[in-house]
Design a protein around this ligand. Structure first.
Ligand SMILES: Nc1ncnc2c1ncn2[C@@H]1O[C@H](COP(=O)(O)OP(=O)(O)O)[C@@H](O)[C@H]1O
Ligand SMILES: [Mg+2]
Length: 236
């Protein structure tokens, strides 16, 4: 379509992200020093206020990071490592990373990923980003007392990884737009569930750069399953 314009926009977003990142990193760093009381003791009210500054600073950093990655994906300039990786270890690591988000919630993540499903190769760091997105979505859109499962299996020369939840689901007519940047479903907006709508666009870009696909199967009120399919690749 407007390829030239898209490219210019993408370059612009990439530079702006860089420029925002540096001062914000510094701000968050100073806030952490204050919060750790390295600059003197705080009263409870000051601690509460600083915690809010820190939390929102981290959110902004994550948003900038997402914008940067997405702009690189769209410009075709995201550099991917290519190395053999172990899917079971990757899933375990992603699960570990989201565990703090389960604190105080009646929500469990069950994992059923056999050892040595591969051989797989690619950028384990970026693929972990995809799993983190899918897991954090599942957690965000799930009610208390429900289950989230991660399963993986090998079929037809490919490896499939499915993240399933029993959450609010996505209306059928919106499912085709889910992987567009900034798209958020009517259910997410109605319930004021936080988000930017960048995670799935990024996930799709990363998976496709690995020669794979990502798909959704969902019913409102019943739950959603996101399935990634990756080609088997022999490590050299
Ligand atoms: N597991 C899920 N259950 C229900 N809705 C989901 C799920 N995952 C994604 N969605 C819908 O897709 C939208 C886009 O997801 P994403 O790109 O990760 O953005 P964000 O998480 O920032 O809202 C979400 O806002 C939500 O409407
Ligand atoms: Mg998300």
């Amino acid at each position: 379509m407007h390829h030239e314009l898209d490219r210019a926009t993408t370059d612009f977003v990439a530079s702006v992200s860089h420029e925002l990142r540096t001062p914000l990193t510094s701000i968050v760093g100073y806030v952490e020093i204050l919060a750790d009381e390295d600059a003197g003791p705080l009263n409870p009210e000051q601690r509460r206020l600083l915690a809010a500054v820190e939390r929102n600073g981290q959110r902004l950093l994550a948003l900038i990071d997402d914008l940067l990655v997405l702009s690189r994906i769209e410009a075709g300039t995201l550099r991917l490592a290519r190395a053999p990786f172990d899917l079971a270890a990757l899933v375990a690591s992603a699960r570990q990373a989201v565990l703090p988000g389960l604190a105080g919630r009646a929500l469990a993540i069950e994992v059923d990923v056999p050892e040595a499903l591969g051989p797989l190769e690619g950028d384990a760091g970026q693929l972990e980003r995809v799993l983190l997105n899918l897991l954090s979505n599942a957690m965000k859109f799930s009610p208390e007392g429900s289950a989230i499962t991660v399963r993986a299996w090998r079929e037809g020369g490919q490896v499939h990884v499915a993240v399933a939840d029993e959450g609010i689901g996505i209306p059928f007519e919106e499912q085709s737009r889910l992987f567009e940047r900034f798209f958020r479903s009517s259910l997410a907006r109605e319930r004021s569930i936080q988000g930017t709508g960048l995670g799935l666009a990024i996930s799709k870009g990363i998976v496709e750069r690995h020669g794979g696909t990502i798909a959704v199967d969902s019913k409102p009120g019943k739950g959603s399953t996101f399935t990634i399919t990756l080609p088997l690749g022999a490590p050299r």
